[in-house]
Design a protein around this ligand. Structure first.
Ligand code: MN
Length: 251
């Protein structure tokens, strides 16, 4: 029997997680391990300076007092006594596109599962309020079944984003090089001192063709295979040569 671990970064009480549980119930046995509190934007951070705890919240349902990466580590190494066939992280309230994925807890949870060679999917909806999860819920079992059927190379996860509304097809994309988080909104506190909120400016107009942003702009679901080897292959040989003198043994 197929066993699926669900997680997220919006917290164990998030509506998107509840929708995902219902959507995937027909695909396999669902196990939930999610952060106790919201962890959006925590990326792949882990907890080292305080103890980690988890609590049972129901049948095959656990909350971990930590980040999404903590949660997947705890689930795989401690909570579950088996290796899940698939990990799905989401459904996140808000897209994870372009270079924003480096900050995403949703994507980090999938990446953490991929590190254990478990096929993993991060699933996000491109909306932040009044979210209708029904189209993402309809898509989730189709993507899960396909991922189970074809499998995934070790270390690779799928980053899936659903436009809101979704009215075109599905596209395999590449990660855009654009980022939406570079805008600081300045506000004055009652003492006249400035403070700041990070804001988004979505770079849809000039999205690269074939990219995740372009698919979402065109009303299509974006599926990007992602891996987390940050090596710049093209610089290895040139650096070995041009940096030769600092690598000399007599230095
Ligand atoms: Mn989130």
């Amino acid at each position: 029997m197929v066993r699926i671990l669900l997680t997220n970064d919006d917290g164990v009480g998030a509506l998107g997680l509840q929708v995902l549980e219902e959507a995937l119930a027909g695909v396999g046995e669902i196990h939930v391990a999610a952060p106790l509190n919201e962890q959006s934007g925590t990326s792949r951070s882990i907890t080292l300076r305080r103890p980690l705890r988890f609590e049972k919240k129901g049948v095959r349902r656990y909350a971990v007092e930590g980040t999404p990466a903590d949660t997947v580590m705890m689930a795989v190494n401690q909570i579950l006594d088996f290796r899940p066939d698939l990990v799905v992280s989401g459904i996140n309230a808000g897209s994870n596109l372009g270079e924003n994925i480096y900050y995403s807890g949703t994507v980090a949870a999938a990446a953490e599962a991929a590190k254990y060679s478990i096929p993993a999917i991060a699933l996000s909806v491109n909306a932040r309020k009044n979210i209708d999860y029904s189209q993402a819920a309809e898509l989730a079992p189709r993507i899960a079944l396909q991922a189970l059927e074809t499998g995934m190379p070790a270390g690779v996860a799928l980053n899936v984003n659903v436009p809101h509304p979704w009215n075109e097809g599905i596209e395999i994309t590449r990660q855009s090089r654009k980022i939406s988080r570079k805008l600081m909104i300045e506000v004055l506190d009652p003492h006249g001192r400035p403070y700041y909120w990070m804001h988004e400016e979505v770079p849809l107009a000039d999205a690269e063709p074939g990219s995740d942003y372009a698919a979402i702009r065109d009303g299509k679901v974006s599926i990007t295979p992602i891996r987390f080897d940050h090596t710049e292959e093209m610089l290895i040989e040139p650096l070995r040569q041009s940096w030769e003198k600092i690598m000399a043994p007599d230095l």
